[in-house]
Design a protein around this ligand. Structure first.
Ligand code: SF4
Length: 178
């Protein structure tokens, strides 16, 4: 089954690696896409699965801060972290996690190589090595990554999860998964 031309190699990436328009006000690093990372993945014939942006889906494109981009990033991130744990955002987040884990489970069931999950360090949702809380960037994970990892652990699925922040570090991190 699936013995056609497809590479059967898949990577799951944070939504904003492909679409910076989703990111919170004032924090975009690129006009549209982190081209360096996407180019590497395309050249290596890796299927790119864009995970949903939890903040966009649960809080909206305008995350609801009247000060917007005037707030320091880690202060705004801390506020967002709290908002994501309230109802109905928390329930909506659980649905997004289920959607991601279902896709991973399906690819795994059919023998596809899942190279990893790429999150965004410092993010209150997608941070892997660092996140934001108490108005600081701290060691720890965002709420989305935490929930995904817990769900994968329950299914005994071992998938590398890696956090990136900026190029060229990000490029080297992604290369290490390929
Ligand atoms: S880090 Fe996660 S929550 Fe933040 S913009 Fe990117 S995908 Fe959305």
């Amino acid at each position: 089954m699936f013995a056609d031309i497809r590479s059967k190699r898949i990577i799951f990436i944070a939504h904003c690696v492909l679409n910076q328009n989703s990111i919170s006000d004032g924090t975009a690093d690129y006009p549209s896409t982190n081209v360096d990372i996407i180019r590497i993945l395309i050249n290596k014939q890796v299927g790119i699965v864009q995970m949903p942006c939890p903040e966009l889906c649960c809080l909206g494109l305008d995350r609801g801060n009247i000060l917007g981009s005037q707030s320091p990033v880690v202060v705004e991130n801390t506020r967002i972290r709290k908002e994501m744990q309230k109802s109905p955002a928390a329930e909506q987040l659980a649905v997004l996690v289920d959607q991601v884990v279902l896709q991973i489970t399906e690819y795994h069931k059919h023998g596809f190589e899942i190279l990893g999950i790429i999150g965004i360090n410092r993010s209150p949702c997608c941070g892997v090595d660092t996140t934001s809380d108490n108005d600081n960037e701290i060691k720890g994970q965002g709420v989305f990554i935490t929930a995904i990892k817990e769900a994968l652990a329950k299914k005994k699925l071992l998938i590398p999860v890696m956090g990136i922040k900026s190029t060229p570090d990000a490029v080297n991190c992604v290369k290490s998964l390929l």
